[in-house]
Design a protein around this ligand. Structure first.
Ligand SMILES: CCNC(=O)[C@H]1O[C@@H](n2cnc3c(N)nc(I)nc32)[C@H](O)[C@@H]1O
Length: 218
């Protein structure tokens, strides 16, 4: 994975394009399957991608209302780093005889997910498939080559269907947690995605109304 991640080091900002592309694929899958099984849309008809930035916590969250993954699919798709796409990508990397490859290459092998680790110390994927009644959380830290999977128990994080991916940005990449930066990246790289993409900045609570000491309110 390090080889993959560092081969893209030159153009870190591609991470957003890759993650939005995965979200778009998940929405495509749902849209296609729902043609013959409209039940798949029962938990929510909207097919969209939402990107939330939180500059206070240095995180970016990408939420899609796509098909989502069951626990097994989570293990198969994210758990097995040595996926076939990875092997093919590494082979192409070696054949390219260059240290940094054209950043479009990674997307062709379905390993764009790893580009999240270009800018993140930790990646958390919380996902709910219509095929399972539970939501599962896959979590991995950049330094460790391991991951954990558990049930989502935080009720605030429950989604009706799809995948919620949270990037805990590296110290030097906190700049990506600014909405204007994300909006520019979406315009540059993801303008042809066939689903609506919404961005919003997680607001800390701002005190809109200053209330004097309630005792005085009488
Ligand atoms: C090599 C890393 N594996 C992946 O990126 C796979 O994980 C799965 N994946 C990644 N982001 C996803 C996403 N947002 N929704 C769904 I459904 N599956 C996703 C897809 O099967 C990808 O091929």
């Amino acid at each position: 994975m390090d080889l993959i991640v560092h081969s893209l080091y030159s153009n870190k900002e591609v991470f957003l394009r890759e993650l939005v592309s995965n979200a778009s694929d998940a929405l495509d899958k749902l849209r296609y399957l729902s043609v013959t099984d409209s039940d798949l849309l029962k938990d929510g008809p909207e097919l969209d991608i939402r990107i939330q930035t939180d500059k206070d916590n240095g995180t970016i969250t990408i939420i899609d209302t796509g098909i989502g993954m069951t626990r097994q699919e989570l293990v198969d798709s994210l758990g097995t780093i040595a996926s076939s796409g990875t092997a093919k990508f590494l082979k192409a990397l070696k054949e390219s005889q260059e240290t940094s490859v054209d950043s479009n290459l990674i997307g062709q092998f379905g390993v764009g997910f790893y580009s999240a680790f270009l800018v993140s110390d930790k990646v958390v994927v919380s996902t709910k498939s219509p095929k399972s009644d539970k939501q599962y959380v896959w979590e991995s830290e950049a330094e460790s080559n391991s991951y954990t999977i558990r049930e989502e128990t935080d009720t605030e994080k429950l989604i009706p269907r799809g995948t919620r991916l949270t990037l805990y940005l590296k110290r030097d990449d906190k700049g990506f947690a600014h909405p204007e930066r994300i909006q520019k990246l979406v315009k540059n790289y993801s303008q042809f995605v066939s689903f609506p993409i919404y961005t919003w900045q997680e607001k800390g609570y701002t005190k809109e109304v200053e209330v004097d000491d309630p005792a005085e309110a009488k």
